[in-house]
Design a protein around this ligand. Structure first.
Ligand code: SIN
Length: 363
């Protein structure tokens, strides 16, 4: 596994202990509470005794640049490039151009990429099933409820669980609330019956689709458009920003504004890469990340609202509002998903999140 990549690398045998700076364990909460940024415990910094060359930082993600995550990644790049006078060569690879969903997690662990920002539930298959709690339907009424979790002790604790996997959780970035789509109107749970619905790789989403009567089909985001077009899957769920920029409106006749689930991200890096960064560069990266986190969180709602308007005006996808009564029927059908999660994961996390959000649906 590679650590920091740059023009001048460590000679073999050169030790990270020549000059050691110890950092106290700390948590940094970005200004305005925009992002929880996890500190590192007793990090040993190497004095590389090496004339500085460019440090390469590859940031891979799977969505379009014109989304909350895409824009935040670009701001991170611009801020870090400027702050380091170009000493860090930040390369952003959007739209799965470098790695798809599962591949990017493996690539990060192997050191083939330095930063990724997967959606939270996608960390489940790494054995970090607690992150799938964010996939539970109707868990968050709004961003305020969500931020009580992501910006509080529960969020911090979740990010710290990445450490044993050789990863460092740097921040949460918002996207938005998911809507369902298909080529027939999805209003009541019965409407899902027999539909093959694309999901992200998450046991909670699998349970959710089964509870609604659909057949879940897990696949990478980069494959969804062609799978919908070919009829391999009948429908999907995503916030409007992804639905729009992945051009799903070209192949889905109906979208229901269900707001039934949340989609957001954990920005994560490789622990060895992070540990080996020179202290001033790491500080600049933290500052750039703070700005990017603030941007992602500030624009998430407006980007999704305007994407929804654009979808509705496109003329290819009819947007249906979900009535309170229909929503109640969805919630009834979905209580089984809460019970399954509690059974599988235990009650502790659910109770903590329930206390933070005030959600009454916690099974
Ligand atoms: C993402 O927003 O990063 C991916 C969402 C998806 O896979 O549906």
């Amino acid at each position: 596994m590679r650590g920091v990549r740059r023009a001048c690398s460590l000679r073999s045998g050169q030790s990270a202990g020549d000059s050691v700076v110890k950092f106290k364990r700390r948590s940094l909460v970005a200004a305005g509470g925009a992002a929880a940024i996890v500190g590192l415990s007793a990090i040993r910094l190497a004095d590389r005794r090496c004339p500085r060359g460019k440090i390469v930082l590859r940031f891979s993600h799977v969505v379009d640049p014109d989304t909350p995550k895409g824009k935040a990644a670009e701001l991170f790049k611009a801020s870090l490039t400027e702050a380091t006078g170009g000493d860090v060569d930040v390369q952003v690879f959007p739209n799965s151009t470098l790695y798809k969903d599962k591949e990017e997690l493996e690539a990060l662990q192997l050191g083939s990429v330095e930063i990724i920002a997967p959606s939270l539930g996608k960390l489940g298959p790494l054995g970090l099933r607690d992150f799938e709690i964010f996939d539970l339907p109707f868990l968050f009424d709004d961003y305020t409820a969500l931020h009580r979790v992501t910006r509080g002790p529960v969020g911090l604790d979740l990010l710290e669980r990445l450490t044993p996997r050789g990863l460092v959780g740097l921040a949460f970035w918002d996207n938005g609330f998911k809507q369902v789509s298909a080529n027939r109107p999805l209003v009541l749970p019965a409407d899902f019956h027999g539909l093959r619905m694309r999901i992200q790789d998450s046991e909670v989403l699998e349970s959710q689709m089964k509870a609604l009567g659909a057949i879940p089909d897990e696949m990478a985001l980069s494959e969804v458009l062609s799978a919908l077009a070919a009829g391999v899957v009948d429908g999907t769920e995503n916030p409007p920003s992804n639905f729009l920029t992945q051009r799903m409106y070209t192949v889905q006749k109906f979208m229901t504004k269900s707001d039934h689930g949340y989609l957001g991200y954990a920005v994560i890096t490789n622990e060895r890469f992070w540990r080996e960064l020179p202290g001033d560069i790491r500080a600049a990266a933290v500052a750039a990340l703070k700005k990017a986190s603030a941007l992602a969180d500030a624009i998430a709602q407006s980007e999704n609202d305007s994407a929804l308007d654009r979808i509705a005006n496109m003329g290819t996808t009819t947007v249906i509002a979900l009535s309170d009564d229909a929503k109640r029927r969805w919630k009834e059908a979905l209580t089984v998903t809460y019970s399954e999660f509690r059974h599988r994961m235990g009650s502790r996390l659910l109770d903590l999140v329930g206390a933070a959000t005030g959600t009454s649906l916690l099974g």
